[in-house]
Ligand binder design. Structure first.
Ligand SMILES: [Zn+2]
Length: 492
């Protein structure tokens, strides 16, 4: 069975066939950088991280582009309101680009924590103004756009496929459009390609139509075309971006290029809180930094980034994820179980006897990998794929019970953890942070000094002193045991 993906465009689960294998182009709408990333972002970017990782596991050579929106995203998500970044920057009294830089860095730091592979290119909208102007000129030349009072609009009546992704018809959209914006437009449902800037608008550029700034949808058409070509294999984004954002991207790109824009449209569902979408504009969001620090009224403790990842993978990317502290708590214990098993396994390899790889274990591993692939091929069913990792944990724990298990067998299990849990799901790490390692070493060093002192006291027949050393350590919970190989210590 090969990889199948649910394509929003056709509303069917289809076999994935890239245009130019083994190359695969993936474009995912990135964040608008005017605040810290929250759990909703985690669901979106972990979902597409899994897609990219799995495509690479299957042997595809993936180009992964995820933009950074730093201009043009207006407060009502359409053609009205103020630039989201400009509003936030004015509040903090800094330049919008300083705000964008600050939250871009914060976003990357959070995504690194979540173990999301960085995109190959993270292009900024503000860095592609000439290309955006060029696309507007093409659309004007081809008759799909018109200038009106220093702004340029896309004429939806000229593009017959408008609405094909979201399944809406133009009449419905006309009725829903706001009257006050439509004064400049031919049809109420037309959308802005370029907006005229008022003199006090900070983010503005010269253009053939006067000073202005690009419409929000334009950047994704332009940057995907620049880095992936006219037709891309996969375009991902949040369900809420299907309309108007993705619908507008299709109209701009296909009208300009006379070519299919995207072959597979993938949309992830949202994170909800009490049944409502978690979002910045709704004010009910919990940032990732708050989750990692345990500082939010809705959570009872700090949770690790791996627990957040586990939580996201526990449900399908197309299902909504209802946030609760209990769900995060369960994800944390699941994640801890995996981490503990992998750390113990790696320690055990060093002490296990050399020998052959157990054929029965190899057969079991092959079964598990097949089950894993089946789940992932079925439109990336991460919850079943994750259950395979838990089966691997149970297998590992069984092997620990048998002292004869060879280092080779344990190594084979470790490799499977790294391949499926590490490379694909990103919930197994190659190196776990070892917070306690230096203090552990110091403790070991100091106790051994005490043991030496006790040994020399005993040698000098000073049993009172030797006893005093033992008792003092005992008070701190350290037990000494005299073995034929010398004295060893352990914690009570
Ligand atoms: Zn986009």
């Amino acid at each position: 069975m090969s990889l199948t993906l649910y394509n929003t465009l056709t509303r069917k689960t289809e076999e994935f066939k890239p245009l130019n294998p083994p190359k695969v182009g993936v474009y995912v709408c990135g964040p608008t950088v005017y605040g810290h990333a929250h759990l909703g972002h985690a669901k979106s970017y972990i979902s597409f991280d899994i897609l990219v990782r799995y495509l690479r596991y299957l042997g595809y050579s993936v180009s992964y582009i995820q933009n950074i929106t730093d201009v043009g995203h207006l407060t009502d998500n359409a053609d009205a309101g103020e630039d989201k970044l400009a509003v936030a920057a004015a509040k903090e009294q800094i330049h919008p680009m300083a705000l964008a830089e600050f939250y871009t860095r914060s976003f990357f730091a959070d995504m690194d924590e979540l173990n999301c592979v960085r995109p190959d290119i993270s292009p900024r909208a503000s860095g592609h103004i000439p290309e955006q102007i060029e696309l507007v000129e093409t659309l004007l030349k081809k008759g799909f756009a018109y200038e009106s009072n220093g702004s340029v609009y896309f004429d939806v009546s000229k593009f017959k496929d408008y609405g094909k992704l979201s399944g809406r018809n133009v009449e419905e959209m006309q009725a829903g459009a706001r009257v006050e914006i439509s004064k400049e437009k031919r049809n109420a449902a037309d959308f802005a390609l370029w907006k005229k800037a008022e003199p006090n608008h900070i983010m503005q550029w010269p253009s053939p139509w006067g000073r202005g700034y690009p419409g929000w949808h334009l950047e994704c058409s332009v940057m995907s075309m620049k880095y992936l070509g006219k037709t891309i294999d996969i375009h991902g984004g949040g369900l809420e971006n299907q309309f108007p954002h993705h619908e507008c991207e299709i109209a701009q790109s296909e009208a300009a290029n006379d070519a299919q824009f995207v072959r597979y449209w993938l949309h992830n569902n949202m994170v909800t809180v009490d049944g409502q979408k978690m979002g910045k504009s709704l004010g009910n969001f919990i940032t990732l930094k708050q989750v990692f620090a345990g500082k939010h009224e809705r959570i009872s403790r700090a949770y690790t980034p791996l627990a957040v990842r586990q939580l996201v993978l526990n449900s399908h990317y197309r299902s909504p994820l209802d946030f609760s502290d209990a769900a995060l708590f369960a994800a944390q214990s699941g994640s801890d179980r995996i981490t503990k098993a992998v750390i113990e396994l790696r320690k055990a390899i060093a002490n296990a006897p050399a020998g052959k790889t157990d054929e029965k274990v190899v057969a079991k591993l092959t079964d598990l990998e097949q089950k894993f692939q089946q789940a992932m091929n079925d439109d990336l069913n991460t919850s079943i794929a994750t259950s395979v990792i838990f089966e691997l944990v149970s297998e590992t724990n069984k092997l620990f019970g048998d002292a004869k298990t060879s280092a080779e067998t344990l190594t084979a299990v470790n490799k499977m953890f790294s391949r499926l849990g590490g490379d694909v799901l990103g919930i197994v790490l190659e190196n776990y942070p070892q917070d306690n390692s230096s203090s552990d070493k110091l403790m070991d060093h100091l106790i051994k000094k005490q043991i030496e002192e006790r040994a020399s006291a005993r040698k000098n027949k000073d049993f009172a002193k030797a006893d005093a050393v033992r008792k003092e350590l005992e008070e701190f919970g350290v037990i000494l045991e005299d073995t034929p190989k010398g004295t060893v210590w352990k914690l009570k």
